[in-house]
Design a protein. Structure first.
Length: 107
């Protein structure tokens, strides 16, 4: 489980990640949200947590769904990912043939 500081940090990183994927500067996103750039910077750095109103502005400005901002699974390190995959394989909780096809497609 995440504590509040970790959530602020992860959420800020996710907002920044999506902003950069959309080729937006902090200034451009802040302008779209009608907030001060310094406030956006503090959010992205994990220093400020967002209000529901600011969350709504971020979702609208980035044109994303809430679950896209709050999914942090992509931040797992390699060891965590390996352990999770091996557990799924060992417990037969995964379609091995499909996993193998994906692996072959990617190599």
């Amino acid at each position: 489980m995440y504590n509040s500081k970790e959530i602020k940090t992860l959420l800020g990183k996710k907002i920044k990640e999506i902003r950069k994927k959309q080729n937006l500067t902090q200034e451009e996103l802040a302008e779209k949200m009608n907030i001060d750039q310094r406030n956006l910077s503090k959010i992205e750095c994990g220093n400020n947590f967002i209000t529901a109103e600011t969350l709504s502005k971020i979702l609208s400005a980035l044109n994303v769904e809430p679950h896209e901002l709050f999914y942090f699974g992509h931040n797992k390190d390699e060891a965590e990912l390996q352990t999770e995959l091996l557990d799924k394989i060992n417990n037969k909780n995964i379609n091995i043939k499909l996993l193998y096809q994906v692996y072959n497609a990617l190599k």
